[in-house]
Design a binder for this molecule. Structure first.
Ligand code: HGY
Ligand code: MN
Ligand code: MN
Ligand code: MN
Length: 427
């Protein structure tokens, strides 16, 4: 095969589109909700089956596979310089309830296929290449987004918090991890990677927005990832009989939650920027009976912005509104906790250039853009230079079963990723 320092001949880039297409269908079958939706939650039986499926694909691609204490999975292809810091790529395969089969998966199956593409072309890496399946990117089970990549990036307080974290069924994180064969011992700080562990990290992902499809552009080159934050809020009131308690005598925790949800929308719209977003995706009432005044409410708020200050200001105002509601409605604010309040991340110029060159060599149109969704790349950026490659998805749909990316778009993304990895491996 040509020495690793020679550029790859583009004509040699061959991709097995049919195999890749079948893999999306096969992986989507590991789901706790009926097709075409996908539900695959951290450490559940379907998650474990899906992990096994991906580890098998890594083996077939000739990658040497290792797993860390919480189930981040690494597939490595050593090159001429095995002692050099590797170039890494990867994404997640966990899927929020009733979502689609491309979010995250494109960056895992696509990365493995990119390895095949490079091997078929006869490329020999100089820096090792590593494909990472991050143990869970979605906050579904334990309320923490990007659990795997946060820990790889060395989050001490998350490692401590996980010793006492439980899911909604009161199963502890460590017991859940152990049921999936991980976390042999309590200390999960073994997961932390050292800075410089990778020379670069690139993630392939669907855009989860409509811009590329609307503008007929093949590839998005991410310049920055928006700053995410999530809050958990609970109100308490006296509850009581829906017929017997007259309106002036009520302190309805359910209405307090409803008012706060509308306040989230108000504060976000007042921010003065279209880039500020806020969502109340979880609103639970206790006891949840039609004829019982809610005595407890639990709401979870997701708010993001590309401007961290502006986002933090919205959080302040949400907190003020929560306190005001306790006064006007006579309820108790029994919880107001900020689960995560992360800064944005900027992509590295070097990685952006490598992706841009790859799209040009492949004659693909591309566009610089920000990512409004968060990704494991947000935390990998704390370990090494980072970049992301977006491909179009149908009407920008994501986090719902109609999510779709065409084989052509996936193939473009895989080829851009393959060329980008090759360039970064030779640097
Ligand atoms: O919510 C997000 O931004 C990611 O898709 N989980
Ligand atoms: Mn199909
Ligand atoms: Mn997602
Ligand atoms: Mn994702």
């Amino acid at each position: 095969p040509p020495h690793s320092l020679e550029p790859i001949s583009l004509s040699s880039l061959s991709l097995d589109a049919q195999a890749l297409h079948n893999q999306f269908d096969e992986l989507a079958a590991f789901s706790d909700s009926p097709a075409p939706s996908v539900t695959r939650v951290l450490y559940t039986e379907k998650d474990v089956l899906a992990r096994r499926y991906v580890k098998n694909l890594m083996g077939i691609a000739g990658l040497s596979v290792r797993e860390d204490a919480i189930g981040n999975i690494f597939g490595r292809w050593d090159g001429d310089g095995p002692e050099l810091a590797a170039v890494a790529t990867g994404s997640h395969i966990d899927a929020i309830p009733y979502s689609g089969k491309y979010d995250g998966v494109v960056g895992v199956l696509g990365a493995i296929e990119a390895i095949h593409v490079l091997k078929r072309s006869g490329f020999k890496p100089r820096r090792p290449l590593e494909v990472i399946l991050f143990t869970s990117e979605e906050p579904t089970r334990f309320g923490m987004s990007c659990l795997g990549s946060r820990l790889l990036a060395g989050s001490e307080n998350l490692a401590n918090a996980l010793k006492t974290t439980t899911d909604s069924k009161n199963i502890s994180f460590l017991d859940a991890a152990r049921s999936a064969g991980y976390a042999k011992d309590d200390d999960i700080s073994s997961v932390f990677l050292k800075k410089g562990a990778y020379s670069a990290f690139v993630e392939l992902h669907i855009e989860q927005g409509p811009i590329l499809e609307d503008e007929g552009i093949s590839v998005g080159i991410v310049t920055a990832i928006a700053a995410p934050a999530s809050l958990k809020v609970e109100f308490e009131g006296n509850g009581g009989h829906a017929g017997a308690v007259l309106m002036p005598n009520r302190n309805d925790a359910g209405l307090a939650a409803a008012e706060l949800a509308l306040a989230v929308e108000k504060h976000v719209l007042e921010s003065g920027s279209i880039d500020t977003v806020g969502t109340v995706g979880i609103l639970e009432l206790h006891p949840g009976a039609i004829n019982s005044i809610p005595s407890k409410s639990h709401i979870e708020i997701d708010t993001r912005d590309i401007d961290e200050e502006r986002r933090n200001h919205v959080i302040e105002k949400i907190h003020q509104s929560a306190i005001k509601i306790t006064k006007t409605r006579g309820v108790k604010l029994s919880k107001f906790s900020i689960v995560n309040q992360d800064p944005p991340a900027l992509s590295s110029e070097a990685v952006i250039n490598a992706v841009e060159t790859a799209t040009r060599e492949l004659n693909l149109t591309s566009k610089l853009m920000i990512s409004r969704a968060y990704h494991d790349s947000l935390f990998m950026a704390r370990l090494s230079p980072m970049g992301m490659i977006f491909i179009p998805c149908y009407k920008g749909y994501s986090h719902k079963p109609e999510e779709f990316a065409s084989v052509e778009d996936i193939a473009n993304g895989v080829k851009v990723l393959a060329l980008t990895l090759a360039k970064l491996s030779l640097q």
